[in-house]
Design a protein around this ligand. Structure first.
Ligand SMILES: Nc1ncnc2c1ncn2[C@@H]1O[C@H](COP(=O)(O)OP(=O)(O)OP(=O)(O)O)[C@@H](O)[C@H]1O
Ligand SMILES: [Mg+2]
Length: 453
C-alpha cells in the first residue's frame, strides 16, 4: 500500500491526527521499499523507529490497532508496563519477539490453509458422511455375510446413492443439529498458568508435550452436533494440510524483514521526577534497559529458531503526561529518532468522531437499539450539543479525550437503553432539547459532573 492509501484507510476510523498518520504510513511503506533494494544496501538500511506522543484518548492505540489490521506484516501490540527486568518475576521483554513470531506463524498458516481450503472442506465432508453413515456391514452385524457378498454390486450402488443423498442434505445444513459421537483430540491448550516463572512460555510448551504423551493423542469420545463436529474436523484437517516447517520459515522471514512491534504506554516506564522509592525499579528503568538491545538489533532465541531483530520496526506511544520523552534513558530516546505529537481533540473533532468513522458511536447505539425494534435518530444540533458538552467537560474536568464521548453517550441514552424493550416499534428523535434535558444539569453542576461524566 502506498502511504496515501494507508492514510486514507486510517481516515475512515480516526479523525484528525494527520501528522501521526503520515509518519506511520511512511514508516510502513519504507519496509516495502527496503525490500526492493539490492541485498548489500538492504542490510544497511535500518528502520526509523517512532514515538507517538499525545494526551490520553486521542487515538494513539486506535491508530496502532488499525495499522495492525491493514498491514499484512506481522504485528504485535504490547504494553510496556507488562514487562519486568530480566531476572525478576514477570515476563521479560524478549517474549515480545517470541509472541510476534507466534503471531506470524499463525498468519502464515492461515494463508496456507486458505489455499488448501477446498481440499480441506472435501475431506471434512467425507469424514462427516462417515459419521452419519457408519458402514452398513457394521450395523447388520456378522449375520448374513454370504448374502451381502452376493448382492454386492447393487448393494454398493445403493450405498453410494444414499451417500450422495446424504451429501446433498449435509450441504443444505439439514443435519446441522444432529448429534454424533466423535473422537476428539484433547484440546491443545492446557489451562495451566504458572505465573511468575521467567520462562513461562517454555514451561507451558513442556506441559503441552507432556499432555500429548499421556493420552492426549488418543482423544476421547464426545457427543457433538454435526455443526460443531465440522468445526473441529476443519481444524484438524487444516492442521494436517499445512506444512508447518514451511510456515515457520516463511514466518521467520516475515518477522525479521517486516515485523512491527507497537510498544504502548512507554511513558509509564519512564522515570518520573525525583526517585522517591530508592532501590532498583524493576518495572521501569530495568525494562527500558532490556528493550535497548531488542530495538537496536539482537538475536532472540525462540523455539522456532533464532530471530534477528535488527530490521523490526518499533513504534512506541505514550501520553507523557507526568513524564517527558527526555525522562526515558538516553539510549532509548536515541533509538526512536522520529517523534510525532498527536493533537488535543476539539469540539469539532468530537462532532466528526460521533458521525464520520465507519464505526461511529452514534451508529453503534442506533444498531444496538434497533435490535429491540427502536429506531433512534440524532439531529445535527443534538450531535453538536454533545460535542460541545464533551469538549467543555474535558476542559473543566480532566481531559480524557474521545473517551469522554462514551461516558456522555451512556448517560444520554441511559433511560432509553433501560426501557428500550417497552418502546419497541417507535421512532425516537434525539434533539438538542433532549440532550439538554438529560445532561444540562449535570454539566452545569461541576461537582455533579465530576462524578457522573
Ligand atoms: N481521533 C480519533 N478519531 C476517532 N476516534 C478516536 C480518536 N481518538 C480517540 N478515539 C476513540 O477513543 C477511544 C480511545 O482512543 P485510544 O485508545 O486510541 O486512546 P489513546 O490515545 O491510546 O489513549 P491512552 O494514552 O489513554 O492509551 C477509542 O475507542 C477511539 O476509537
Ligand atoms: Mg492507549
Amino acid at each position: 500500500m502506498k502511504p496515501k492509501q494507508i492514510v486514507e484507510e486510517l481516515d475512515k476510523y480516526i479523525i484528525g491526527q494527520d501528522k501521526a498518520k503520515r509518519t506511520i504510513a511512511v514508516a510502513i511503506r519504507n519496509r516495502t521499499r527496503r525490500k526492493r533494494l539490492p541485498d548489500a544496501i538492504r542490510d544497511e538500511v535500518s528502520p526509523k523507529n517512532i514515538i507517538m506522543i499525545g494526551p490520553t484518548g486521542v487515538g494513539k492505540t486506535e491508530i496502532a490497532r488499525r495499522i495492525a489490521k491493514l498491514s499484512n506484516a506481522p504485528f504485535i501490540k504490547v504494553e510496556a508496563t507488562k514487562y519486568t527486568e530480566v531476572g525478576y518475576v514477570g515476563r521479560d521483554v524478549e517474549s515480545i519477539i517470541r509472541d510476534l513470531m507466534s503471531i506470524a506463524i499463525q498468519q502464515v498458516k492461515t494463508e496456507l490453509a486458505e489455499a488448501q481450503s477446498e481440499k480441506v472442506a472435501a475431506r471434512v465432508e467425507e469424514r462427516l458422511l462417515d459419521l452419519l453413515l457408519p458402514s452398513v456391514s457394521n450395523e447388520t452385524g456378522s449375520g448374513n455375510k454370504g448374502d451381502i457378498i452376493q448382492a454386492d454390486t447393487s448393494y454398493t450402488d445403493s450405498k453410494q446413492a444414499t451417500r450422495e443423498k446424504f451429501r446433498t442434505m449435509l450441504k443444505e445444513g439439514k443435519f446441522d443439529e444432529r448429534e454424533v459421537e466423535v473422537q476428539v483430540q484433547n484440546r491443545k491448550k492446557i489451562g495451566i498458568e504458572v505465573m511468575g516463572q521467567a520462562n513461562m512460555d517454555d514451561l507451558q510448551d513442556a506441559m503441552q508435550s507432556l499432555g500429548s504423551i499421556f493420552g492426549g493423542g488418543k482423544g476421547q469420545a464426545r457427543k457433538l452436533t454435526i455443526k460443531r463436529a465440522r468445526e473441529i474436523f476443519t481444524e484438524e484437517e487444516t492442521d494436517k494440510a499445512v506444512d508447518t516447517d514451511r510456515a515457520i520459515d516463511e514466518a521467520k522471514e516475515r518477522v525479521e524483514q517486516m515485523g512491527i512491534v507497537f510498544l504502548d504506554e512507554i511513558d509509564k516506564v519512564a522515570k518520573t521526577g525525583g526517585s522517591s522509592s530508592g532501590g532498583p525499579d524493576v518495572s521501569r528503568e530495568g525494562v527500558q534497559r532490556d528493550i535497548l538491545p531488542i530495538v537496536e538489533g539482537t538475536s532472540v532465541a525462540t523455539k522456532w529458531g533464532v530471530i534477528d531483530t535488527t530490521h523490526i520496526l518499533f513504534i512506541a506511544s505514550g501520553a507523557f503526561h507526568v513524564s517527558k520523552p527526555s525522562d526515558l534513558i538516553p539510549e532509548l530516546q536515541g533509538r526512536f529518532p522520529l517523534r510525532v505529537e498527536l493533537d488535543d481533540l476539539t469540539s469539532n473533532d468530537f462532532y466528526r468522531i460521533l458521525t464520520e468513522p465507519a464505526n461511529a458511536i452514534t451508529m453503534q447505539y442506533k444498531e444496538l437499539l434497533k435490535t429491540e425494534g427502536v429506531s433512534i435518530i440524532f439531529t445535527d444540533e443534538a450531535i453538536r450539543r454533545l460535542s460541545d458538552i464533551a469538549y467543555e467537560v474535558n476542559n473543566t474536568n480532566d481531559n480524557i479525550g474521545a473517551r469522554r464521548l462514551f461516558t456522555i453517550m451512556e448517560k444520554l441514552l441511559e433511560e432509553l437503553s433501560f426501557s428500550a424493550d417497552e418502546l419497541s416499534g417507535q421512532e425516537i428523535t434525539i434533539t438538542a432539547a433532549y440532550v439538554d434535558e438529560r445532561l444540562g444539569e449535570v454539566v452545569q453542576n461541576q461537582d455533579l459532573s465530576k462524578f457522573i461524566l
